[in-house]
Design a protein around this ligand. Structure first.
Ligand SMILES: O=C(O)CCC(=O)C(=O)O
Ligand SMILES: [Fe+2]
Length: 201
């Protein structure tokens, strides 16, 4: 795929799910503005993960926002969604307009450098709408994002540019894992927003 002229309707996955990379959906200046604003204003907290039965805290930071104070269990810890900030609401609207989907919550991730990443996982927690669309917006350092098919182990990768939008939908979370691989080559920070739909009750 040509990253500089991405076709938003083409599917990066060969089967069993839909991933669409829109490329940058704003100017570079706008993306820089959001990167700084999100870094400065979101309520960044360390994330926790259970590794071989041990609870560890990550250097990657997370922040969780939503229409309501949803309780969300992520990597074994429960967090309550904070009310939207101005920038998050603007970006949620942009993601909704471009994708034709709607979202009621956002998990934000802060990677201080390339050494911080996110391990293979799928976003299929019980509170998320089954097969609901997830919109991922990236700001700052360009990072590789990879998908791995749960049965065939096939790997598909894409570079996420600053100000870009990526949509995962259909059965993507059922059949594919994804990760943000760590790399020593990147020294600068990246902010990622994943807009999701929490289903109540
Ligand atoms: O930082 C990214 O691009 C991926 C984040 C992610 O997969 C998640 O928050 O579930
Ligand atoms: Fe994810």
């Amino acid at each position: 795929m040509d990253l500089f002229n991405p076709d938003p309707l083409s599917n990066l996955l060969p089967s069993d799910g839909i991933v669409q990379y829109y490329g940058p959906v704003m100017t570079r200046a706008r993306a820089d503005h959001y990167c700084k604003k999100l870094f400065d204003t979101l309520d960044w907290q360390p994330d926790t993960a259970l590794i071989f039965g041990k609870l560890i805290t990550t250097s990657r930071k997370v922040a969780w926002y939503g229409n309501e104070p949803y309780a969300y269990t992520y990597s074994g810890a429960t967090k309550f969604a904070l009310p939207w900030t101005e920038e998050l609401l603007e970006l949620k609207s942009l993601a909704e307009e471009r994708s034709g989907e709607t979202f009621n919550s956002c998990l934000a991730n802060l990677y201080h450098s390339g050494e911080e990443g996110m391990a293979w996982h799928s976003d299929a927690e019980k509170m998320l709408r089954k097969d609901g669309a997830i919109a991922s917006m990236s700001f700052g350092a360009e990072r590789k994002f990879a998908f791995k098919h749960k049965q065939t182990q096939q790997i598909i990768s894409v570079i996420l540019q600053t100000g870009s939008l990526l949509i995962m939908k259909g059965t993507t979370q059922t059949h594919w894992l994804h990760r943000l691989p760590p790399t020593t080559k990147i020294k600068t920070l990246r902010v990622n927003l994943t807009f999701r739909t929490i289903e109540k009750g």
